[in-house]
Design a protein around this ligand. Structure first.
Ligand code: GAP
Length: 474
């Protein structure tokens, strides 16, 4: 995180006013990397999986959250110190104390554990109040005066995708499965978030809703992922190192579509630069699963610093959401398809962006004897290349700018730098993970070739200016 702040990758928001936990800025370098991560997800789903993409408001009227169940159920269990007023997530506080999981416990069980273990406020030692349900949604009002309407910032993008299902059904030419991607911001008023960008109050998601026939949760392309071997933990604590094909055959993962998208997500994370050896599939236990799901699987990354980080959740949301909105809005969500009439079921793939972003940073960081750098894959790196004149004289800067302008025209995002020694410029480029450095030297002026230095191997080769675009793109 320290390196990240210094290199303009990310830093706490509102720093000049002391910051507010749970909010982070993406800096100039981080914004590029985040954009590239989002684009990779978009390419997987919009191009490969033929999904439609939508963008909906982040603020929705109360009715949406009454229907979805979030107003009643999207809660964490909280306790407050009776002396200093500090708020704590009750389950986390007890787990830190007892080193045992409180997953799925009721309010009365948590109250008992606080009493039995004599747990006090970690800040001031005061007594803790009774545990209660705390809703994680941010509330606000739309409009002024007597007409103002209660509204909430969305805690997931998914819900806003469901609302326009009838229009999406038309746009998708009334075919199933119908996949719809939404990339955007979500908000959760988390209780005392303390893990940097792992738990944010305003965060980024890329969520895909696959509308399917209720009894057809299989997929034609399963062989694309079937041979992937991975670590799996089931809800009854069994662990396997098994191929996805066998996991489905042995009914460890019961729904083939879930196994398929877990496999695609493993491929996606590896392409982003996340260490595949640190990834694991984990099924949610019955008591931890969200109220809208009948089966959920996460991909977790085991971080050197934060421990387990959940990157994506793949869930069978059945017809829960469409049915809920049909009941409250009285709008028909049924479809007539291949001679049957039904409410489509939803298989959801819910990616966070910020957590994978962190895992890319952690996985790609390298320290060598004489340098520290990020080994980002080309598609993720903030720039394709650095363009450097060897010296600031003899027309080398002019030639370098000419090449820089050529890259701009070809829409190859490069970075121009002429300050400091060439060694220092290489080091600066390595520090932010630029894959190639292009140096314009005296030979360039004679034969129109440049030196291209590779970030990872430090090897240098000569490339003709005429072939440079193609070389960098490849
Ligand atoms: N629509 C389903 C849904 O929202 P989720 O497991 O609550 O499911 C999906 O969230 C993903 O969003 C998570 O796997 C995680 O990557 C990301 N996420 C959730 N809460 C977050 C938070 N407070 N800060 C950062 N990322 C978060």
């Amino acid at each position: 995180m320290d390196i990240s702040k210094r290199r303009g990758i990310m830093y706490p928001s509102f720093e000049i006013y002391g910051g507010v936990s749970g909010f982070y800025d993406y800096g100039p370098i981080g914004s590029r990397i985040k954009q590239n991560i989002e684009q990779l997800i978009r390419d997987y789903y919009v191009i490969d999986e033929e999904c439609l993409e939508v963008k909906c408001p982040t603020l929705s009227p109360e009715a949406v959250w009454i229907a979805s169940g979030h107003l009643e159920n999207f809660t964490d269990l909280m306790t407050e110190c009776l002396k200093c007023g500090e708020a704590y997530r009750a389950d986390h506080l007890i787990e830190e104390h007892t080193k045992k999981s409180c997953e799925g416990m009721h309010i009365s069980q948590l109250d008992d554990l606080i009493e039995k273990n004599r747990i006090k406020c970690p800040k001031c030692g005061g007594n803790l109040d009774k545990v209660y349900n705390y809703n994680l949604m941010f509330q606000t009002f739309v409009g002024p005066g007597k007409d103002k309407e209660s509204a909430y910032l969305r805690p997931e993008t998914a819900q806003t995708t469901y609302l326009a299902f009838r229009r999406l059904w038309e746009a998708g030419r009334k075919k199933l499965p119908l996949g719809v991607l939404q990339v955007g911001r979500s908000f959760r008023n988390e209780i005392s978030p303390r893990q940097g960008i792992i738990r944010l109050r305003e965060f980024n998601q890329a969520e895909i809703q696959f509308f399917v026939e209720p009894d057809k949760k299989s997929i034609e392309n399963f062989d694309q992922v079937s041979k992937i071997k991975t670590k799996i933990a089931t809800k009854d604590d069994k662990e396997f190192n098994i191929s996805l094909e066998n996991a489905v055959k042995k009914r460890i993962i019961k729904i083939q579509m879930i196994a398929y998208f877990l496999g695609r997500s493993l491929q996606l994370f590896e392409e982003m630069g996340i260490n595949p050896k640190a990834l694991k599939l984990r099924q949610h236990k019955d008591e931890e699963r969200a109220f809208y799901s009948t089966d959920t699987w996460d991909i977790e990354y085991i971080s050197k610093i934060f421990g387990k980080i959940e990157l994506v959740g793949v869930s069978d949301r059945t017809d829960y959401d469409l049915k809920a909105h049909m009941d409250l809005s009285k709008q028909d969500m049924t479809v007539s398809y291949e001679g049957k009439k039904f409410i489509p079921h939803v298989v959801e793939i819910a990616y966070g962006i910020d957590r994978p972003f962190y895992c890319v940073i952690e996985s790609c960081y390298r320290e060598e004897k004489d340098r520290a750098f990020f080994k980002f894959p080309q598609e993720i790196a903030p720039y394709r290349a650095g363009i450097f004149p060897l010296v600031r004289k003899d027309n080398l800067p002019e030639k370098a700018r000419e090449i820089f302008e050529l890259m701009k025209k070809e829409r190859i995002h490069t970075f121009y730098d002429q300050t400091g020694s060439i060694g220092k410029r290489y080091a600066r480029a390595d520090e932010i993970g630029i894959p190639e450095c292009v140096t314009i030297d005296y030979e360039t002026m004679e034969d129109n070739t440049v030196t291209v230095r590779d970030r990872d191997t430090k090897k240098q080769i000569r490339v003709g200016v005429d072939e440079l675009c193609e070389f960098l793109l490849k």
